[in-house]
Design a protein around this ligand. Structure first.
Ligand code: BLA
Length: 499
């Protein structure tokens, strides 16, 4: 069976999440245009707050509600949070005011006393800097434990995104042991569509108070942009997904590295309800600090890797250049096979081709070479499973390949280096069958997520051991050094001519 092109699902990418025209029922919303004229209110505004929407709007316009509103930047997504910013006969409310795309103001009104038990605050785990992968691992674990303690959510997971969009639960704290564990399970990319990921990148968190509750419509002439509004109603597909998992409430905090959504800290509960704004902010603040440490760690690792790699490459190139032709090829190929943990290697330069390691079918080499040269502009490629992308029906033991092109001064053509890895049958544990992200058509939604998240083990065929995430970077570094160094290299035209 083919298991390679799951990816994201077109159907799931179509749902206009930001234009749902409705909010979750635990809060109420007012929308104003850029002139602060009221354009929309949620149908529950009066019952939730005890205030008329128009009356509240007047307080806002007169500067009595969120007086700092006028200083709020026009930048879409900028926001002000005001704890206990509104008191009515029905109680105290937190206010979140944000700016929409065309200058609108969105005012979220949220009960200041949350609807979940609020655990005592405890200090977050010590976070100074992350020295190595082991420390990163234990910090992720400590974070899930701490988040669970201060939120009371029964299950807190560190959901790490992988290359290609799938995700894996790499740390988990679960208060109720009988609930089982998702630790180590992989989930297909389509479980969190790109359209949702973009929203999670733009917001400090996502709260879903009750996957079982009905959304509350917004009254107004159109559907305003709710990109920066956490009260945005829950996607009906995801509401079913959560209930299929046995959950009613979630609180997810993005882990962002650079511009990318790197992971989600995802809190789940079988009980509906939300935490007060102050607690959400305090938790997010700690995750933000963690984000900074993670980014520092990633960039330090990268610099260190590049330094080490540069030194190694230079040493190896120098050493092989000092040997006579056949020894130099031996030296260079042995080092490359070892450095990249490859099983075979092909070196093409100036019309000459050399191989090392396990022998590779010439047809495969030819296909690989022509597809790299003719079909892409990329300097480097890295693939765990090459068979589908090559148009030959060839039984080869090789399943993974990586390659780089380079050109030295005086070369008649681009040089290519290919590294290959043999197939390795691997077992991947998924949370539910990933080939059934959509399990039954319920007639209402058209699509609905799978019902079972029980561990599902896939035996993956046609894959090599995965290349490390540093492979691309290392190959690019190698390319630079090959092009720049003056040392003789196998396939040199001048050297060959002199022999
Ligand atoms: C959102 N899907 C999400 C979110 C998570 C997951 C964490 C973020 C919202 C939240 O915090 O609940 C998925 N939840 C998981 C995974 C685990 C988990 C993988 O606990 C693993 C342990 N979902 C589908 C399909 C579609 C889909 C087939 O399975 C598309 C049709 C959509 N997922 C979907 C949408 C959202 C979402 C639209 C956004 C929900 C929203 O913010 O309203």
């Amino acid at each position: 069976m083919e298991h390679t092109h799951r990816g994201f699902l077109a159907d799931c990418e179509k749902e206009q999440l930001h234009a749902s025209g409705a909010v979750q029922s635990h809060g109420a919303l007012l929308v104003f245009d850029s002139e602060q004229q009221l354009t929309h209110h949620s149908a529950n505004f009066l019952t939730l707050t005890g205030m008329e929407p128009l009356e509240t709007a007047q307080h806002f316009q007169a500067g009595r509600l969120v007086p700092a509103a006028r200083e709020l930047s026009e930048q879409p997504g900028s926001r002000l949070m005001l704890e206990s910013g509104l008191e009515t006969d029905l109680g105290l409310f937190d206010l979140v005011l944000s700016r929409g795309k065309t200058g609108q103001y969105l005012m979220e009104v949220l009960p200041a006393v949350g609807s979940r038990p609020l655990p005592d605050w405890i200090e977050p785990p010590q976070m100074h800097s992350i020295a190595d992968a082991a420390e990163l691992d234990s910090l992720r674990q400590a974070l899930t434990r701490w988040v669970s303690a201060v939120t009371g959510f029964e299950r807190v997971m560190y959901y790490q995104f992988l290359e290609g969009g799938d995700g894996e639960v790499v740390a988990e704290t679960c208060l109720v042991e009988t609930q089982g564990s998702y630790l180590g399970l992989r989930f297909p990319a389509s479980d969190i569509p790109l359209i949702a990921r973009r929203l999670y990148l733009q917001n400090p968190w996502r709260v879903i108070a009750d996957a079982g509750s009905e959304p509350v419509p917004l009254q107004g002439s159109d559907k305003p942009d709710l990109t920066w509004c956490d009260l945005r109603s829950v996607s009906p597909v995801h509401a079913i997904y959560m209930q299929n998992m046995g959950d009613r409430a979630s609180f997810s905090i993005p882990v962002i590295s650079g511009q990318e959504l790197d992971a989600l800290l995802s809190c789940h509960s079988p009980e509906p309800g939300v935490l007060p704004l102050a607690r959400l902010r305090a938790v997010q603040e700690v995750v933000r600090r963690y984000n900074t440490l993670l980014r520092d760690f990633r960039s330090r690792s990268r610099v260190r890797l590049l330094d080490e790699m540069t030194r190694t490459i230079q040493t190896e190139l120098r050493q092989q250049a000092g040997l006579d032709a056949s020894d130099s090829w031996q030296h260079l190929s042995r080092w490359l096979l070892q450095e990249f943990e490859a099983d075979a290697l092909i070196w093409c330069r100036n019309g000459e081709q050399r191989c090392a390691g396990i022998s590779v079918e010439p047809e495969l080499v030819q296909q690989l070479d022509s597809s790299f040269l003719r079909q892409t502009q990329e300097l480097v490629f890295v693939a765990d499973s090459i068979r589908q992308s090559l148009s030959i029906d060839l039984l080869s033991t090789m399943a993974g390949a990586a390659g780089v092109r380079f050109r030295r001064a005086g070369d008649s053509e681009q040089g290519r280096l290919y590294l290959l890895r043999t197939e390795q049958v691997e077992e991947v544990s998924w949370g539910g069958n990933p080939d059934k992200p959509v399990e039954h058509h319920d007639g209402v939604l058209g699509i609905a997520p799978r019902r079972s998240f029980a561990k599902w083990v896939e035996t993956r065929l046609g894959y090599s051991r995965p290349w490390s995430s540093a492979t691309r970077l290392k190959l690019l570094r190698l390319r630079d050094e090959l092009q720049r160094s003056e040392y003789a290299l196998p396939g040199d035209r001048v050297a060959e001519a002199g022999q």
